[in-house]
Design a protein around this ligand. Structure first.
Ligand SMILES: Cc1ncc(COP(=O)(O)O)c(C=O)c1O
Length: 362
Protein backbone atom coordinates (compact mmCIF):
# COMPACT_ATOMS: atom_id res chain seq x y z
CA UNK A 1 0.00 0.00 0.00
CA UNK A 2 1.30 3.45 -0.89
CA UNK A 3 1.06 5.72 2.20
CA UNK A 4 -0.66 9.07 1.69
CA UNK A 5 2.24 10.75 3.55
CA UNK A 6 5.25 8.57 4.35
CA UNK A 7 6.39 9.77 7.77
CA UNK A 8 8.05 6.48 8.68
CA UNK A 9 10.33 6.64 5.64
CA UNK A 10 11.34 10.14 6.73
CA UNK A 11 12.06 8.90 10.26
CA UNK A 12 14.14 6.03 8.87
CA UNK A 13 16.16 8.49 6.79
CA UNK A 14 17.13 10.67 9.78
CA UNK A 15 16.86 8.01 12.49
CA UNK A 16 20.37 8.37 13.93
CA UNK A 17 20.18 12.16 14.17
CA UNK A 18 16.66 12.04 15.58
CA UNK A 19 17.40 9.41 18.21
CA UNK A 20 20.47 11.33 19.36
CA UNK A 21 18.55 14.57 19.95
CA UNK A 22 15.55 12.78 21.44
CA UNK A 23 17.88 11.13 23.99
CA UNK A 24 19.60 14.47 24.64
CA UNK A 25 16.31 16.15 25.52
CA UNK A 26 14.89 13.26 27.53
CA UNK A 27 18.12 13.04 29.57
CA UNK A 28 18.31 16.81 30.08
CA UNK A 29 15.37 17.16 32.48
CA UNK A 30 14.24 20.27 30.53
CA UNK A 31 11.08 19.45 28.60
CA UNK A 32 9.31 22.72 27.85
CA UNK A 33 10.93 25.86 26.43
CA UNK A 34 14.63 26.28 27.22
CA UNK A 35 17.68 26.16 24.99
CA UNK A 36 16.25 23.82 22.31
CA UNK A 37 13.25 26.08 21.76
CA UNK A 38 15.34 29.25 21.71
CA UNK A 39 17.77 27.71 19.22
CA UNK A 40 14.88 26.56 17.00
CA UNK A 41 13.39 30.06 16.99
CA UNK A 42 16.72 31.54 15.87
CA UNK A 43 17.15 28.91 13.17
CA UNK A 44 13.61 29.43 11.87
CA UNK A 45 14.16 33.19 11.70
CA UNK A 46 17.41 32.64 9.90
CA UNK A 47 15.81 30.23 7.41
CA UNK A 48 12.81 32.34 6.40
CA UNK A 49 14.16 35.84 7.03
CA UNK A 50 11.59 36.92 9.65
CA UNK A 51 13.16 39.14 12.30
CA UNK A 52 11.21 37.50 15.15
CA UNK A 53 9.95 33.94 15.63
CA UNK A 54 7.80 32.88 18.58
CA UNK A 55 7.00 29.18 18.79
CA UNK A 56 3.78 27.92 20.36
CA UNK A 57 1.53 24.89 20.76
CA UNK A 58 -0.05 24.57 17.27
CA UNK A 59 -0.83 26.41 14.06
CA UNK A 60 -4.36 27.10 15.31
CA UNK A 61 -2.99 28.59 18.51
CA UNK A 62 -0.55 30.69 16.47
CA UNK A 63 -3.51 32.09 14.49
CA UNK A 64 -5.44 32.88 17.65
CA UNK A 65 -2.44 34.55 19.26
CA UNK A 66 -1.74 36.53 16.08
CA UNK A 67 -5.33 37.83 16.03
CA UNK A 68 -4.98 38.82 19.70
CA UNK A 69 -1.71 40.62 18.90
CA UNK A 70 -3.44 42.48 16.06
CA UNK A 71 -6.07 43.60 18.59
CA UNK A 72 -9.12 41.91 17.05
CA UNK A 73 -12.25 43.06 18.89
CA UNK A 74 -15.75 41.57 18.98
CA UNK A 75 -17.65 42.60 15.85
CA UNK A 76 -14.51 43.23 13.77
CA UNK A 77 -14.72 41.72 10.30
CA UNK A 78 -11.86 39.68 8.85
CA UNK A 79 -11.74 38.44 5.27
CA UNK A 80 -10.81 34.75 5.02
CA UNK A 81 -10.74 32.32 2.10
CA UNK A 82 -13.84 30.13 1.80
CA UNK A 83 -11.73 27.25 0.53
CA UNK A 84 -9.25 26.09 3.18
CA UNK A 85 -8.93 24.28 6.51
CA UNK A 86 -11.28 25.68 9.13
CA UNK A 87 -8.69 27.18 11.51
CA UNK A 88 -8.45 30.78 10.17
CA UNK A 89 -12.23 31.37 10.16
CA UNK A 90 -12.63 29.41 13.39
CA UNK A 91 -10.14 31.63 15.24
CA UNK A 92 -11.84 34.81 14.01
CA UNK A 93 -15.22 33.57 15.19
CA UNK A 94 -13.81 32.26 18.47
CA UNK A 95 -12.57 35.76 19.32
CA UNK A 96 -16.06 37.01 18.43
CA UNK A 97 -14.96 38.59 15.18
CA UNK A 98 -16.93 38.11 11.95
CA UNK A 99 -15.39 36.06 9.13
CA UNK A 100 -16.23 37.32 5.63
CA UNK A 101 -15.74 34.48 3.18
CA UNK A 102 -13.86 35.32 -0.04
CA UNK A 103 -13.95 33.21 -3.18
CA UNK A 104 -10.91 31.68 -4.88
CA UNK A 105 -9.18 31.71 -8.24
CA UNK A 106 -10.32 28.64 -10.16
CA UNK A 107 -6.85 27.57 -11.32
CA UNK A 108 -4.51 28.42 -8.44
CA UNK A 109 -7.29 27.77 -5.86
CA UNK A 110 -5.89 30.71 -3.87
CA UNK A 111 -7.93 33.55 -2.36
CA UNK A 112 -9.07 35.86 -5.20
CA UNK A 113 -7.98 39.48 -4.64
CA UNK A 114 -11.01 40.76 -6.60
CA UNK A 115 -13.29 38.93 -4.18
CA UNK A 116 -11.36 40.41 -1.23
CA UNK A 117 -11.83 43.88 -2.75
CA UNK A 118 -15.60 43.37 -3.02
CA UNK A 119 -15.84 42.30 0.63
CA UNK A 120 -13.73 45.04 2.26
CA UNK A 121 -15.92 47.57 4.07
CA UNK A 122 -15.73 50.10 6.92
CA UNK A 123 -15.87 47.43 9.67
CA UNK A 124 -13.23 45.22 8.06
CA UNK A 125 -9.93 45.10 9.96
CA UNK A 126 -7.83 42.59 8.09
CA UNK A 127 -7.27 39.72 5.69
CA UNK A 128 -6.12 36.22 6.56
CA UNK A 129 -4.31 34.99 3.47
CA UNK A 130 -3.71 31.23 3.35
CA UNK A 131 -0.77 29.78 1.40
CA UNK A 132 -2.95 26.95 0.15
CA UNK A 133 -1.42 23.51 -0.44
CA UNK A 134 2.07 25.03 -0.17
CA UNK A 135 1.87 27.94 -2.62
CA UNK A 136 1.98 31.55 -1.43
CA UNK A 137 -1.20 33.60 -1.82
CA UNK A 138 -1.10 36.53 -4.32
CA UNK A 139 0.56 38.96 -1.90
CA UNK A 140 1.33 41.82 -4.28
CA UNK A 141 -2.36 42.35 -5.04
CA UNK A 142 -3.48 41.60 -1.49
CA UNK A 143 -1.03 44.16 -0.10
CA UNK A 144 -2.37 46.82 -2.51
CA UNK A 145 -5.92 46.15 -1.31
CA UNK A 146 -4.80 46.10 2.33
CA UNK A 147 -3.06 49.45 1.91
CA UNK A 148 -6.02 51.04 0.12
CA UNK A 149 -8.40 49.91 2.88
CA UNK A 150 -6.18 50.23 5.97
CA UNK A 151 -6.20 46.47 6.62
CA UNK A 152 -3.58 44.22 8.16
CA UNK A 153 -2.56 40.91 6.56
CA UNK A 154 -2.20 37.77 8.65
CA UNK A 155 -0.32 35.21 6.55
CA UNK A 156 -1.41 31.64 7.30
CA UNK A 157 1.52 29.59 6.10
CA UNK A 158 0.55 26.43 8.00
CA UNK A 159 1.01 24.48 4.76
CA UNK A 160 3.90 26.39 3.28
CA UNK A 161 6.95 26.90 5.50
CA UNK A 162 9.78 27.03 2.94
CA UNK A 163 7.65 28.23 -0.02
CA UNK A 164 9.05 31.09 -2.11
CA UNK A 165 7.37 33.94 -3.99
CA UNK A 166 9.49 36.22 -6.17
CA UNK A 167 12.63 35.39 -4.22
CA UNK A 168 11.07 35.95 -0.80
CA UNK A 169 10.33 33.14 1.64
CA UNK A 170 6.88 32.39 3.10
CA UNK A 171 6.23 33.66 6.63
CA UNK A 172 7.52 37.13 5.69
CA UNK A 173 4.52 38.42 3.70
CA UNK A 174 2.12 39.20 6.53
CA UNK A 175 2.20 41.97 9.10
CA UNK A 176 2.27 38.85 11.16
CA UNK A 177 2.58 35.29 9.84
CA UNK A 178 2.14 31.80 11.23
CA UNK A 179 2.97 28.22 10.47
CA UNK A 180 2.03 24.76 11.77
CA UNK A 181 4.34 21.88 12.65
CA UNK A 182 1.58 19.25 12.52
CA UNK A 183 3.38 15.96 11.68
CA UNK A 184 2.36 15.79 8.01
CA UNK A 185 3.19 19.42 7.23
CA UNK A 186 6.26 20.13 5.06
CA UNK A 187 8.14 20.88 8.30
CA UNK A 188 6.43 18.73 10.91
CA UNK A 189 7.22 17.50 14.41
CA UNK A 190 5.96 14.46 16.35
CA UNK A 191 2.95 16.11 17.92
CA UNK A 192 1.40 19.56 17.72
CA UNK A 193 3.45 22.70 17.29
CA UNK A 194 3.32 26.09 15.61
CA UNK A 195 5.08 29.42 15.27
CA UNK A 196 4.42 33.12 14.78
CA UNK A 197 6.69 35.32 12.65
CA UNK A 198 6.90 39.10 12.39
CA UNK A 199 9.28 41.94 11.64
CA UNK A 200 7.43 44.18 14.09
CA UNK A 201 9.19 44.15 17.51
CA UNK A 202 6.03 45.28 19.35
CA UNK A 203 4.00 42.45 17.84
CA UNK A 204 6.78 40.01 18.72
CA UNK A 205 6.87 41.16 22.32
CA UNK A 206 3.09 40.95 22.64
CA UNK A 207 2.96 37.49 21.04
CA UNK A 208 5.61 36.21 23.45
CA UNK A 209 3.74 37.69 26.40
CA UNK A 210 0.35 36.29 25.36
CA UNK A 211 1.84 32.86 24.66
CA UNK A 212 3.13 32.78 28.22
CA UNK A 213 -0.09 33.47 30.18
CA UNK A 214 0.29 37.23 29.64
CA UNK A 215 3.47 37.23 31.67
CA UNK A 216 7.02 38.39 31.04
CA UNK A 217 8.00 38.25 34.69
CA UNK A 218 7.29 35.14 36.77
CA UNK A 219 3.87 35.22 38.48
CA UNK A 220 3.05 38.74 37.25
CA UNK A 221 0.38 38.70 34.51
CA UNK A 222 -0.38 41.91 32.65
CA UNK A 223 -2.69 40.40 30.01
CA UNK A 224 -5.00 37.38 29.78
CA UNK A 225 -2.98 35.01 27.65
CA UNK A 226 -2.74 31.29 26.96
CA UNK A 227 -0.46 28.35 27.59
CA UNK A 228 1.28 28.59 24.23
CA UNK A 229 4.45 26.65 24.81
CA UNK A 230 6.33 24.29 22.49
CA UNK A 231 7.91 21.16 23.97
CA UNK A 232 11.71 20.89 23.91
CA UNK A 233 11.38 17.44 22.31
CA UNK A 234 9.39 18.87 19.39
CA UNK A 235 11.89 21.70 19.02
CA UNK A 236 14.79 19.25 18.88
CA UNK A 237 13.03 17.12 16.24
CA UNK A 238 12.22 20.24 14.20
CA UNK A 239 15.85 21.38 14.33
CA UNK A 240 16.92 18.08 12.75
CA UNK A 241 14.20 18.23 10.10
CA UNK A 242 14.94 21.89 9.34
CA UNK A 243 18.49 20.92 8.39
CA UNK A 244 17.01 18.60 5.74
CA UNK A 245 14.21 20.91 4.62
CA UNK A 246 15.85 22.27 1.48
CA UNK A 247 16.77 18.81 0.18
CA UNK A 248 13.22 17.64 0.94
CA UNK A 249 11.70 20.63 -0.85
CA UNK A 250 13.86 19.82 -3.87
CA UNK A 251 12.62 16.21 -3.82
CA UNK A 252 9.06 17.50 -3.54
CA UNK A 253 9.65 19.56 -6.73
CA UNK A 254 10.94 16.47 -8.56
CA UNK A 255 8.05 14.32 -7.30
CA UNK A 256 5.51 16.94 -8.37
CA UNK A 257 7.07 17.09 -11.86
CA UNK A 258 6.37 13.36 -12.31
CA UNK A 259 2.68 13.97 -11.56
CA UNK A 260 2.61 17.17 -13.67
CA UNK A 261 3.96 15.34 -16.73
CA UNK A 262 1.39 12.56 -16.35
CA UNK A 263 -1.60 14.90 -15.94
CA UNK A 264 -0.55 17.09 -18.91
CA UNK A 265 -2.13 14.46 -21.15
CA UNK A 266 -4.95 13.36 -18.85
CA UNK A 267 -8.29 14.74 -20.02
CA UNK A 268 -10.53 16.13 -17.25
CA UNK A 269 -7.74 16.10 -14.63
CA UNK A 270 -6.06 19.45 -13.94
CA UNK A 271 -3.54 20.00 -11.12
CA UNK A 272 -3.62 23.18 -9.02
CA UNK A 273 -1.81 25.82 -11.11
CA UNK A 274 1.35 27.27 -9.63
CA UNK A 275 1.45 31.01 -10.40
CA UNK A 276 4.57 32.52 -11.99
CA UNK A 277 7.25 33.42 -9.46
CA UNK A 278 6.14 30.78 -6.94
CA UNK A 279 7.84 27.66 -5.64
CA UNK A 280 5.34 25.48 -3.80
CA UNK A 281 6.12 23.16 -0.90
CA UNK A 282 3.36 20.90 -2.22
CA UNK A 283 1.92 20.29 1.23
CA UNK A 284 -0.72 18.65 -0.93
CA UNK A 285 -0.65 17.68 -4.58
CA UNK A 286 -4.22 18.54 -5.43
CA UNK A 287 -6.08 18.43 -8.71
CA UNK A 288 -9.47 19.18 -10.17
CA UNK A 289 -11.18 16.04 -11.44
CA UNK A 290 -14.13 16.90 -13.67
CA UNK A 291 -15.60 13.50 -12.91
CA UNK A 292 -14.32 12.89 -9.38
CA UNK A 293 -16.33 9.73 -8.68
CA UNK A 294 -14.89 8.07 -11.77
CA UNK A 295 -11.32 9.11 -10.89
CA UNK A 296 -11.74 7.87 -7.31
CA UNK A 297 -12.86 4.48 -8.52
CA UNK A 298 -9.79 4.35 -10.82
CA UNK A 299 -7.53 5.22 -7.85
CA UNK A 300 -9.19 2.64 -5.63
CA UNK A 301 -8.77 -0.10 -8.22
CA UNK A 302 -5.08 0.80 -8.42
CA UNK A 303 -4.66 0.80 -4.59
CA UNK A 304 -3.83 4.52 -4.48
CA UNK A 305 -5.01 6.42 -1.39
CA UNK A 306 -6.55 9.89 -1.79
CA UNK A 307 -8.06 12.69 0.28
CA UNK A 308 -10.52 15.45 -0.40
CA UNK A 309 -9.15 18.84 0.61
CA UNK A 310 -11.81 20.21 1.17
CA UNK A 311 -15.25 18.69 0.79
CA UNK A 312 -17.23 21.78 1.85
CA UNK A 313 -16.94 25.56 1.55
CA UNK A 314 -16.29 26.98 5.01
CA UNK A 315 -19.35 29.21 4.76
CA UNK A 316 -21.49 26.04 4.57
CA UNK A 317 -20.17 24.67 7.87
CA UNK A 318 -22.91 24.67 10.53
CA UNK A 319 -20.65 26.46 13.06
CA UNK A 320 -20.64 29.62 10.92
CA UNK A 321 -24.38 29.63 10.43
CA UNK A 322 -24.96 31.67 13.57
CA UNK A 323 -26.32 34.98 12.19
CA UNK A 324 -29.93 35.03 10.97
CA UNK A 325 -28.75 36.20 7.53
CA UNK A 326 -26.20 33.33 7.39
CA UNK A 327 -22.45 33.82 7.00
CA UNK A 328 -21.23 36.76 4.89
CA UNK A 329 -19.81 35.61 1.55
CA UNK A 330 -18.85 37.17 -1.74
CA UNK A 331 -22.03 36.27 -3.67
CA UNK A 332 -22.10 32.71 -2.33
CA UNK A 333 -18.48 31.90 -3.38
CA UNK A 334 -19.58 29.91 -6.41
CA UNK A 335 -16.07 28.91 -7.51
CA UNK A 336 -15.41 27.43 -4.07
CA UNK A 337 -18.75 25.61 -4.19
CA UNK A 338 -17.82 23.96 -7.49
CA UNK A 339 -14.19 23.27 -6.50
CA UNK A 340 -15.31 21.36 -3.41
CA UNK A 341 -17.16 18.90 -5.65
CA UNK A 342 -14.15 18.26 -7.92
CA UNK A 343 -11.00 18.55 -5.86
CA UNK A 344 -8.82 15.58 -4.88
CA UNK A 345 -5.33 15.14 -3.37
CA UNK A 346 -2.87 12.37 -4.22
CA UNK A 347 -0.21 10.70 -2.04
CA UNK A 348 2.62 13.15 -1.66
CA UNK A 349 5.73 13.96 0.35
CA UNK A 350 9.49 13.99 -0.21
CA UNK A 351 9.51 10.20 0.20
CA UNK A 352 6.57 9.34 -2.07
CA UNK A 353 7.36 7.28 -5.13
CA UNK A 354 5.19 9.35 -7.47
CA UNK A 355 6.46 7.33 -10.45
CA UNK A 356 4.88 4.24 -8.92
CA UNK A 357 1.57 6.07 -8.47
CA UNK A 358 1.67 7.17 -12.10
CA UNK A 359 2.62 3.66 -13.30
CA UNK A 360 -0.33 2.20 -11.43
CA UNK A 361 -2.63 4.72 -13.11
CA UNK A 362 -1.42 3.91 -16.63
C1 LIG B 1 -4.33 26.48 6.41
C2 LIG B 1 -4.21 25.95 7.80
N1 LIG B 1 -4.24 26.83 8.82
C3 LIG B 1 -4.11 26.42 10.10
C4 LIG B 1 -3.96 25.09 10.40
C5 LIG B 1 -3.91 24.66 11.83
O1 LIG B 1 -2.69 24.09 12.20
P1 LIG B 1 -2.63 23.07 13.45
O2 LIG B 1 -3.20 21.77 13.02
O3 LIG B 1 -1.18 22.98 13.77
O4 LIG B 1 -3.41 23.68 14.56
C6 LIG B 1 -3.92 24.14 9.37
C7 LIG B 1 -3.75 22.71 9.67
O5 LIG B 1 -4.01 21.84 8.87
C8 LIG B 1 -4.05 24.59 8.03
O6 LIG B 1 -4.01 23.73 7.00
Amino acid sequence: MIPFVNLTAQRDAYRRELEAVEKRVLDSGCYIGGAEVRALEEELSCYCGAAHTITCGSGTQALELALMVLGLEPGDQVIVPDFTFIAPAECVQKLRGIPLFADIDKSTLQIDPESVKRLAGPRTKGIIAVNLFGQCAPYEKLREIANENGLWILEDSAQAFGAIQNGKKACTFGDISITSFYPSKPLGCYGDGGAIFTSNPEYAEKARLLANHGSSERYRHIEIGVNGRLDALQAAVLRVKLRHLDEELERRQQNAKVYDRFFEDAPGLTPQAIATGNTSTYAQYTLIAENRAEFISRLEKAGIPHCIHYPSPLHAQPCFNTASAGPATDSGCLITEKTCTQVLSLPFCAFTDTQEVVDRLK
